[in-house]
Design a protein around this ligand. Structure first.
Ligand SMILES: [Zn+2]
Length: 189
């Protein structure tokens, strides 16, 4: 029997089911492919991604981060609330962004312990399929919008450090944590 989304435990596992790839790993730079059919295998992958995310204290995880080039992201901005349902978005597409551009601190399970400010729009509208294959559309703002944009970036081979403006500070932070600035691919402003 497959565990359903509603019953995924948020506990931290000593051995998470999936390994998170880190900055410098080519898997993070490969664009993810659309999921054509939502099978039990895909559902199990989403559940394993959630378990891995909770175990690593994350609030979002994209499939390329676990070495799988498929358009799947999982998000839970309330990991400490056992009853708050996590979100799984398959083939997410950003339809619109809005609100003001806001600066916010981001981190990433693929770049542990590096936190830097990134400017993003405060609102996003995203379409996606849920785990039952139903088309969904969500307009949201603030932290959830930021996490969605961060995770969708991963599906395009973009990591948040690519969007950091202060390259000097970024270089320092990365080297402190054993990462290399040469693995950053700055986006045009
Ligand atoms: Zn990330």
């Amino acid at each position: 029997m497959i565990t359903t989304l509603a019953t995924v435990s948020k506990e931290k596992l000593k051995s998470p089911p999936l390994k998170v790839h880190t900055l410098g790993d080519r898997d993070l730079r490969q664009p993810a492919k659309r999921v054509s059919k939502i099978t039990d295998e895909i559902r199990q992958l989403a559940i394993d991604m959630l378990k891995t995310m909770y175990s690593c204290d994350g609030i979002g995880l994209a499939a390329p981060q676990v070495g799988i080039a498929k358009q799947i992201i999982v998000i839970d901005i309330h990991p400490d609330q056992p009853d708050a349902a996590p979100m799984v978005m398959i083939n997410p597409e950003v339809k619109a962004t809005g609100g003001s551009l806001v600066n916010g601190e981001e981190g990433c399970l693929s770049i542990p312990n590096v936190f830097m400010d990134v400017v993003r729009p405060n609102e996003v509208t995203v379409s996606y399929r849920d785990l039952e294959g139903k088309p969904q559309k969500l307009t949201t703002s603030d932290l959830l919008a930021r996490v969605i944009l961060h995770e969708v970036d991963h599906l395009n081979g973009v990591v948040f450090v690519d969007r950091v403006k202060n390259q000097a500070a970024l270089g320092q932070e990365l080297s402190k944590r054993g990462f290399k600035i040469k693995d950053v691919q700055p986006l045009p402003a």
